[in-house]
Design a protein around this ligand. Structure first.
Ligand code: SIN
Length: 490
């Protein structure tokens, strides 16, 4: 699949700073690869701290005017952006598939998903209410008003190159913040195309700035934002290790933070579950983006009474998955993002099998397709000491753990530093309520594998981070509350 779009002008190879497309100040560039075959798709700026600073300068200058626009006016700009994203869905979906590797149907699905956040926050822009506090003292009126936090730095991951940046930029712009953004090194083209459409929609110069960078230079660029007191908030989706680093390094200027970090989601199937529905839920949830999703089930616990039946049903479905590059319109699982990802998956599977796990299907890379493919895999007889239990595999591997009792599975499911998503299937509604209460996670799927929605609060607990994206709560992370006490009224 080549980099040819019906709107070739959406392929941007420069940073967007202050409404202008510019190279990195020192003209550095790095290549973006197609994970399907490692072909170079384009070269983009390899920005440094100098470029990051220029973006912050622009965002700071643009802030007062954007903040003072009527919410309705900001909403109109977001609505135009939403319409343009949908009008260019085919091109954007193709760009996502090209640089990230997910099948075309999933690429287009991500465009719709990302656009839904823009639409949602366009509406929320006009609903930022404050409070009049019931009177406490004669002659005094106390109010609480909400204000934009200021300049926001958005640092986004490669697994959803459009949706993750859209759901950070949209609420920020909706409430009157301005943004400096850095997409992941591997997937900058979609973010630049999205920024191009934002400009076309009428986002004023400096309100949205996007710079691209390779891993090493990106660290320097982000460090500049972390140290700059004008940047009042950092929103990040990515690994827990990087999230902790960002929290530590931004402490000097006490920034507001939203951190959507790693997960290790349990997926629990009780003896009384509707097995067909549980298998379908697991397939949808586990194999979304080839297993490279933070909310993907990582540990699948199946109660002893249905373990063998469930494993057999599942293995049949998994063996039938079609693994191919996005250029194959029948592809269901694409390449993993890079070689490091495949190596990690292989390390987990080899570790499990060397300790007694058995592969019902898959179990190895697929070099005949290319360097970044791994066969969809079902492992049985998996135990808690194996790497697949302790770390997020982030690939198309389903490890099946056997359990006996509800109490035991709750303890094992919660026995992880992470707490992003958790799923369970049971037809006992009392048990369902207990499980929802006792599982330590920010997102719960109760007889449901597809939990993501612009209308829902998405985010974790424990080492999976804090802050919520989407829903009415998604605005709070971009707002601060100002208390106004007016006296001398009587
Ligand atoms: C993620 O993988 O971080 C986000 C997935 C989602 O929004 O469903």
């Amino acid at each position: 699949m080549s980099l040819s779009l019906s709107r070739p002008d959406l392929i941007r190879r420069q940073n967007l700073i202050n409404g202008e497309w510019t190279d990195a100040r020192d003209a550095g560039r790095y290549p973006v690869h197609n994970p399907a075959d490692d072909a170079v798709l384009a070269e983009v700026p390899d920005s440094t701290a100098v470029d990051a600073r220029a973006a912050t300068d622009a965002a700071s200058r643009a802030l007062p005017t954007w903040r003072d626009r009527l919410p309705r006016e900001r909403a109109e700009v977001l609505r135009r952006w939403h319409a343009l994203i949908l009008a260019n869905a085919d091109d954007l979906g193709k760009l996502i598939s090209l640089e990230q590797g997910k099948p075309l149907a999933e690429g287009r699905g991500e465009v719709a998903y990302g656009a839904s956040y823009v639409d949602w926050f366009a509406s929320e822009a006009t609903r930022v209410y404050g409070d009049i506090i019931p009177q406490q003292h004669p002659g005094k009126r106390m109010t609480a008003v909400k204000e934009p936090v200021g300049v926001v730095a958005a640092i986004t991951p490669w697994n959803f190159p459009l949706a993750m940046i859209a759901r950070k930029i949209a609420p920020a712009l909706a409430v009157g913040c301005t943004v400096v953004a850095k997409p992941a090194e591997d997937t900058p083209l979609t973010a630049l195309a999205l920024a191009d459409l934002a400009v076309e929609a009428g986002v004023p110069p400096g309100v949205l700035n996007v710079i691209t960078a390779s891993r090493t230079r990106g660290i320097d660029a982000v460090a500049d934002w972390l140290a700059d007191a004008r940047v009042r908030k950092v929103t990040f989706t990515g690994s827990t290790a990087v999230g902790i680093h960002l929290a530590r390094e931004s402490a000097g200027t006490l920034k507001k933070l939203s951190l959507e970090l790693g997960g290790n989601a349990p997926f629990i199937v009780f003896d009384d579950a509707d097995l067909a529905s549980a298998v379908t839920g697991l397939m949808a949830s586990k194999f979304r983006n080839g297993g490279q999703t933070c909310v993907c089930p990582n540990r699948v616990y199946v109660q002893a009474g249905v373990y063998d039946a469930f494993a057999e049903l599942l293995a049949r479905r998994v063996a039938a998955l079609h693994v191919a590059p996005a250029s194959d319109t029948n592809a269901q699982i694409g390449p993993m993002i890079n070689r490091r990802a495949v190596e990690k998956i292989e390390r987990h599977v080899v570790d499990a099998m060397s300790q007694g796990a058995r592969a019902l299907t898959g179990g190895a890379p697929l070099p005949s397709l290319g360097a970044h493919y791994f066969a969809p895999t079902v492992l049985t007889e998996v135990t808690d000491n194996m790497l697949v239990s302790q770390e997020e595999t982030f690939g198309p591997v389903v490890p099946l753990f056997r359990f006996e009792t509800e109490e035991e599975v709750i303890r094992r499911a919660n026995d992880t530093p992470f707490g992003l998503a958790a799923y369970f299937y049971t037809q006992d509604m009392r048990r369902a309520q207990r499980m929802a209460r006792r599982l330590e996670a920010g997102v719960i799927g109760m007889n449901e594998g597809a939990v993501s929605s612009e209308a829902a609060p998405f985010g974790g607990v424990k080492a999976s981070g804090y802050g919520r994206e989407g829903s009415k709560y998604g605005l709070d992370d971009y707002l601060s509350i100002k208390y106004v006490c007016q006296g001398d009224l009587d």
